[in-house]
Design a binder for this molecule. Structure first.
Ligand SMILES: CC(C)(COP(=O)(O)OP(=O)(O)OC[C@H]1O[C@@H](n2cnc3c(N)ncnc32)[C@H](O)[C@@H]1OP(=O)(O)O)[C@@H](O)C(=O)NCCC(=O)NCCS
Length: 185
């Protein structure tokens, strides 16, 4: 259980499907996620089961983002492709489901908790991510948290008949600690 100022990160349960699906299949959110196709109930159950299996094997950590006040599940975040030898991980997914909840500080709080977990609990040294160049909100958001742009892969993303570059960003443990310190537990 990892807690910030506004949210806590918790394991997913198969019962969470009904809270996730309506938002998951909303194009306003979906356009920013890697897979553009809508997801069904059974597919989401499988996703949660395999995410929890990977969690148990310490291969990837997927969390539900829950508000501290209403205890509502409002998003998902995960660290995937963890290399315990090179001490790095990819931020595979970050989503605050409901666009009404965007811009209220939930994403930042969830990311601070995730990065604190990565650097101060898991002992990783670097977290990196890929973000489509049209997702300027997310790019500004990650920059604000201290991520630095490292490059781009040309025309890797495709949305609504158009191709877009994908931007790669990363943050090192030393940079995170300098800017944010170790979060109080
Ligand atoms: C990207 C996302 C996770 C950000 O979370 P959020 O809760 O909306 O962001 P926050 O309210 O925590 O904002 C944190 C900072 O990001 C920046 N930011 C947020 N929205 C912004 C916008 N529309 N334009 C510019 N900067 C913005 C702000 O500078 C803010 O800093 P502040 O604390 O000084 O205000 C969220 O909007 C989301 O889930 N979007 C859809 C899915 C997505 O794009 N995921 C990322 C895929 S790689």
């Amino acid at each position: 259980m990892y807690k910030g100022r506004l949210v806590r990160l918790r394991r997913l349960e198969t019962d969470d499907v009904s809270a996730i699906l309506p938002h998951w299949n909303n194009y306003e959110l979906r356009q920013y996620l890697p897979r553009p196709l809508p997801t069904g109930h059974d597919e989401m159950i499988e996703y949660i089961k395999s995410a929890n299996e990977a969690y148990s094997k310490r291969k990837a950590f997927t969390f539900g983002i829950e508000t501290l006040d209403t205890k509502k599940l409002i998003g998902l975040v995960n660290l995937i492709n963890i290399s315990w030898i090179s001490s790095n991980a990819e931020l595979g997914l970050l989503a605050i489901f409901d666009p009404e909840h965007w811009g209220r500080g939930y994403g930042k709080d969830a990311m601070l908790v995730t990065l604190d977990l990565a650097f101060s609990t898991l002992g990783l040294n670097s977290v990196y991510l890929w973000v489509a160049s049209f997702n300027s909100r997310a790019i500004a958001f990650y920059e604000k948290l201290g991520f630095k742009t490292q490059g781009k892969l040309r025309e890797l993303a495709y949305r609504d008949g158009q191709r877009y570059d994908v931007v790669t960003m990363d943050i090192l443990k030393s940079e995170f600690l300098e800017e944010h310190g170790v979060l109080p537990k």
